[in-house]
Design a protein around this ligand. Sequence first.
Ligand SMILES: *Cc1c(COP(=O)(O)O)cnc(C)c1O
Length: 387
Amino acid sequence: MDVKSVPSDRYRIDRLSEPQQDLLGTLDDFIAEVRAEGPYVLGFPGNLDFSYSRLSGLLDIFVNNVGDPGSSEKSSVSAKAKAMERAVVDFVAELANADPRGIYGYVAGGGSEANQFGLDRGCTLLPEARVYCSTAAHYSIRKSARLMRKELVVVPCDDQGRIDPDALARECRRDAGRGAVVVATIGTTMTGVIDDVDAIIGAGAATGRVYVHADAALGGLIVPFTIERQSWGFARHEVGSVAVSMHKGLGMPVPCALAMCRSELVDPRVQGEYVGATDSTLGCSRSGLATTLLWYALANKGMTGLAHNARRALDMAEYTAEKLADAGLRPELHPSSIIVVFDRPAEWICRKYHLATEGARAHIVTVPHVSERVIDELHGDVLRSLP
Ligand SMILES: *Cc1c(COP(=O)(O)O)cnc(C)c1O
């Protein structure tokens, strides 16, 4: 449904003198609409294949994970929620090839915050460094650089869509002795391409010391189950921080992400004054709801469930690429990626399937709620729409 077609008065708070029944009815309608649309949301990376209604009791309690997950707590409520948070961080750190004992992490509000956390750690370590990313990096990187008043060097991509190591090396040679903070995108937003971290490290060497922040917002729960399994993330010691969105690959009713860095990069003296906890996070109050749901989802799926999710998404990407090739839309699918990029179809098809578009191309992200049935329906619609 087109949001603009909703009369703007419909949700105005000061007009709501109606009985409560109508308020709940309004939300019931909203829920029904969102759920009906779900199977057709193909262009955005949020996995909608989840259900947490069994845990609705969490909506009647308040859980606030203020401060570091590892810091002491006066309240037993937060102590338990933070123990769950630490378990989540340990689990995801292992997925990212780290020994959890050497990793600091927390549940952030989303991938953008997790990116900013990582870049801030890198820029604190190397205060003279410029920040480098490719033209395909997520716009949250530009936002973070702006907030930190850091110079951002945007480097072109090579013919495979990865940050171009030669162009990066040229820029880095101008910065000898300053160090470099480089963003490696592990699955770019538009095409799912994975940057070559070894090439980045090689190119950055001209600056002296390279700090790599891995933006794995999209790929963080996929690449651990591909040929990248042993080499990505903290496997390379130059990688100081990793960000992984959880509402994308895992499926969550609230946005959230894991912000992680090597423990030696956080300063344990940073105190949240009145909360009685140390606090190296970027916020203050943090969602205990997100943390407890995340703990449940990861524990419930386990490694086997996550591997199954990733496999299903990768297979569905191949299936989608085959169907779109058959429909003549020239699909492109990169290794270890769940994004299929193809020629932009008719406008009504873009709307019906919520396709993300950029110029003459569109994309589908085959997160686990994307089904063969809907891809087949899209295939039929595309064939029908051709002159
Ligand atoms: C989605 C995305 C982000 C932002 O994550 P949010 O959780 O939506 O804030 C950052 N980087 C990449 C590569 C992404 O795909």
